[in-house]
Design a protein around this ligand. Structure first.
Ligand SMILES: [Zn+2]
Length: 143
């Protein structure tokens, strides 16, 4: 006997029932409220069966994601990854070369800062007003 799906309106639920083909279109009592539920065509193939979608009966309060059971719905998805099913990717360890480059940059920045302080220029090489003020006082002439 084939499997058919039935939708119970008051429970907002879907349940399956194995029935003989000639009785398939007849209503089946719902397993939860035992009211007659009409048959539906198997077209509810959504990711989740909650929040507006009919739920599967019996309902455990879980959601389905790509055929796997999850506790929460995916709020944001990267591609098809559900946060509960995929572990966060480990951060790549910096390579020896990257460390050297970072050290080099740090050293050059420190050097640059020293140079700028010495000459009173900003990062683009323009004189800063603070540096301009530091000029020697004009020599007094005795008359
Ligand atoms: Zn019901």
């Amino acid at each position: 006997m084939p499997l058919y799906e039935y939708h119970c309106e008051p429970c907002n639920g879907i349940f399956e029932s194995i029935r003989p083909m000639r009785e398939a279109s007849e209503a089946v009592p719902c397993p939860e409220c035992s009211l007659d539920a009409p048959r539906i065509m198997s077209s509810f193939n959504a990711f989740t069966f909650r929040d507006g979608y009919p739920r599967r009966l019996p309902d455990k309060g879980t959601f389905w994601h790509m055929g796997k059971e999850v506790k929460k719905r995916a709020k944001r998805m990267h591609w098809y990854d559900h946060p509960e099913l995929t572990q966060p990717k480990p951060k790549p360890r910096p390579t020896k070369g990257a460390i050297t480059v970072a050290k080099d940059r740090q050293a050059s920045q420190a050097n640059d800062l020293l140079y700028r302080d010495r000459w009173g220029v900003d990062a683009r090489g323009f004189r800063q007003p603070k540096a301009a003020k530091k000029r020697k006082p004009a020599r007094k002439t005795i008359t």
